[in-house]
Design a protein around this ligand. Structure first.
Ligand SMILES: *Cc1c(COP(=O)(O)O)cnc(C)c1O
Length: 724
């Protein structure tokens, strides 16, 4: 039966409300601007109040009223079209993966991650790692790669950020209503909701399993909020990265061991196991146990087989960033599984130690992941090098450059991050259905043909949209206190679309140095209040609740925004999330990135900016170290490091100011007779053309398929490549 016939029969018997509900039940809508627009137009104010959650919107909107409203807006035909496109997408059998990775079809890839950043209405992510995992699922879906995700359901999510008048961050947690999300209970072959149990030395922890549809991909989320659990354990998965080490290890046994058991209960037998960061590495132990039980293998034999199908992506270039547990904690939580594997305490601990015999070493999840997978990679070329150095002691018989850790550079999901207006430009100059081939350089060559004035006008309109949005958020932030009339006026008039606008938004982890550009306030004053060529700054980002140094940096940034010299010109927007990120990356002129090299494993926000015509001004670290070609953005710091952090910070700050003054500002304000910055526009075009195809998630997932998934599934045997 053809997809078209199938959809026709469905169409005749579903009402508008049913079709919209069906569309809302699969996150596919979130990367389709036309479908998003339908939900928005139904009730724009409510749409924004509900944080763009269509499930809630439809629950709140009575069906009769919906029909009326649809008639008024002539929505019926658009909904029918959207619904038909969705069904065709779901039923397609000519995807990239059908052509290139058919081997994976019988047994899918299981992709484990502690966080997934898919949409603002589903706050189960904290930052880059989660957004990367979300983009990975979306591209796997678009490419047709057979893949299921496994994660945790955090019923209070990460946190909402509030910044007090003194600049100190506080955290607010709200309960997410499960019934108002596009999730359903995952059921087994008999239609029974799946429950999993993980034993510890002091009783068992239980979890239910939710299923979320991300296009063609299914994501399973484990949730311990069920009556079988003790009070404490019921709240075990409430918060992402909350609690202490004990919470952490208990979350990780649910994610890893519980996740593997959930797949088994669902009848899913993965051919490849992909661990996105070390949090989920216990999964590999459970897959070994399953293999021993099913096939009567010894631990060594089963470990060998599981490792062959295992892929591990490490993300953390700092030793302190890796999860470590004491022997007591491992014994309590992994001991029972160790018994089943036939491992005593020492053998078990040895799996998490670089030197298995060293009793001083704590149990490291990254080490476990390296030992239990044959295919390992960092997330940029530079991060691959750093990781090989960092972990060379795991392979003492190899030289550093033989260490089997390759790299696959992170990319972003184009339809998620590309502004609708910019997409119209792409559609005009790139080949038809370009988005199905966005990992190919030829496809992007046509961007050179965009007319400069059109590109500039689209960019200006996105920038204006960002500024209007920022003013609205600034006003809302102010209205929580007792603002003066002058403050309200400043917020209403904050930021000027005709002036250079630099954005900086990311987690306020100290190594990201949010305050680097604020090193000297007199210099900042001279830049921001320059009579002809002024600079404006927009900041956003959360510090982890337990990160005091990060909070102090945030406080300093916030206090600068309150300085009379900078009010309305340097601003801080609270509560950075995917929604705010989308506005920022689509509207800024310049995206500033100044981590302490080489601590930024990849970074991805700058890649989102590129797609929308913004330019990067960045330290040569992570993805930018391999992306910058001298003309597709701006770089500073010269790739140099210094042993003394203070010295490195000072040098980097000086170089940042030099590049700003000598390159960025002059290029931006260099206008022709039509007031167009021709030189700047050439850079914008070059950035899209040279970087768009490389730093997108389709290319990334295709690399994972070819260099990791296919070999792991037994088709070929090469390792993840070392060099681009
Ligand atoms: C893209 C994104 C990130 C990652 O940003 P980097 O600092 O560049 O890694 C973090 N948070 C959100 C909300 C994002 O959208």
């Amino acid at each position: 039966m053809t997809p078209a016939r199938k959809t026709r029969s469905r169409r005749t018997d579903s009402t508008l409300h049913e079709k919209l509900t069906a569309l809302a039940s699969n996150l596919w809508w979130s990367w389709q601007p036309e479908v998003t627009n339908i939900f928005r137009e139904i009730d724009p104010v409510r749409w924004s109040d509900l944080n763009h959650n269509p499930v809630k919107l439809l629950q709140e909107y009575p069906p009769e009223l919906l029909d009326e409203r649809a008639t008024e807006l002539a929505l019926h035909a658009r909904v029918n079209l959207a619904y038909r496109r969705w069904r065709e997408y779901m039923d397609a059998d000519d995807t990239w993966s059908d052509m290139h990775a058919g081997v994976l079809r019988p047994r899918p890839v299981a992709y484990f991650s502690a966080e997934f950043g898919l949409h603002e209405s589903l706050p189960i992510y904290s930052g880059g790692l989660g957004v990367l995992a979300g983009d990975h699922l979306k591209s796997a879906s678009d490419l047709g790669v057979p893949l299921v995700g496994v994660g945790l359901f955090y019923s209070e999510g990460y946190f909402s950020q509030r910044v007090g008048p003194d600049g100190w961050q506080s955290e607010e947690y709200t309960q997410i209503e499960r019934a108002q999300l596009p999730i359903r209970a995952a059921v087994d072959a008999n239609g029974k909701p799946v429950r999993v149990t993980v034993e510890t030395r002091h009783g068992a922890v239980h979890a239910q399993v939710w299923e979320l549809h991300v296009g063609r991909v299914r994501l399973y989320l484990l949730d311990t909020f069920i009556p079988e659990n003790s009070d404490e354990d019921r709240h075990l998965t409430a918060r992402l990265y909350g609690g202490d080490q004990r919470t952490r290890i208990r979350q990780e046994i649910i994610l890893g061991i519980g996740g593997a058991r959930a797949l088994r209960a669902l009848g899913i037998n993965p051919g490849v196991i992909h661990l996105n960061e070390g949090h989920s590495a216990f999964a590999a132990l459970e897959f070994i146990r399953i293999k021993m039980e099913d096939e009567g293998l010894s631990f060594e034999e089963a470990m060998h087989e599981v490792a062959r199908s295992g892929v591990f992506t490490t993300h953390t270039p700092v030793p302190a960033g890796h999860d470590r547990f004491t022997e007591d904690m491992i014994e309590e939580h992994i001991g029972p599984l160790g018994d089943q594997l036939g491992l005593d305490r020492k053998a078990l601990m040895g799996l998490g130690r670089v030197d298995p015999q060293n009793p001083e070493e704590t149990f490291c999840m990254t080490v476990l992941a390296f030992k239990l997978t044959r295919h390992a990679n960092g997330v940029s070329n530079l991060h691959g090098i750093v990781s090989r150095r960092m972990w060379r002691n795991l392979w003492p018989w190899l030289s550093e450059d033989e260490v089997p850790i390759g790299h696959i550079t992170n990319g972003v999901h184009v339809p998620t991050w590309l502004a609708g207006q910019m997409r119209v430009l792409y559609d005009r100059v790139l080949p038809p259905r370009w988005y199905l081939r966005s990992g190919e350089p030829e496809v992007w060559a046509g961007f050179e043909d965009v007319s400069p004035i059109e590109l500039w006008e689209v960019h200006q309109s996105l920038k204006y949209r960002l500024i209007v949005y920022a003013r609205r958020r600034l006003l809302r932030q102010l209205q929580r206190g007792n603002p003066s009339d002058a403050d309200i006026r400043a917020a209403r008039e904050a930021l000027d679309p005709e002036k250079l606008l630099i954005g900086f938004a990311r987690r306020f982890a100290p190594y990201k140095r949010a305050d680097l550009i604020l090193a000297d306030l007199d210099v900042l004053d001279s830049l921001v209040n320059h009579p002809q060529q002024p600079v404006q700054l927009i900041f956003a980002g959360k510090a982890h609740p337990a990160d005091e140094p990060g909070k102090r940096i945030l406080q300093r940034v916030y206090q600068v925004t309150q300085d009379p010299r900078f009010k309305g010109k340097v601003v801080f927007l609270e509560d950075y999330d995917i929604n705010l990120a989308r506005h920022l990356v689509q509207g800024v002129d310049v995206w500033l990135n100044n981590p302490r090299r080489p601590m930024e494993a990849s970074g991805t926000s700058g890649e989102k900016v590129i797609l929308n015509g913004g330019l990067n001004l960045s330290i040569l670290d992570g993805w930018w170290a391999e992306a910058y070609d001298g003309l597709n953005g701006f770089a500073f710091g010269g790739g140099k490091r210094h042993r003394d952090e203070a010295v490195q910070d000072r040098r980097d700050a000086e170089d940042l100011l030099r590049v700003l003054r000598e390159e960025v500002i002059p290029a931006y304000y260099d206008r022709d007779q039509d007031d167009l910055p021709q030189q700047w526009i050439r850079r914008m075009k070059r950035a899209v053309r040279t970087l768009g195809w490389r730093f997108n998630a389709d290319r990334m997932v295709m690399d994972y398929v070819q260099h990791a998934y296919l070999p792991a599934a037994g088709a070929g045997s090469c390792h993840v490549p070392r060099r681009p």
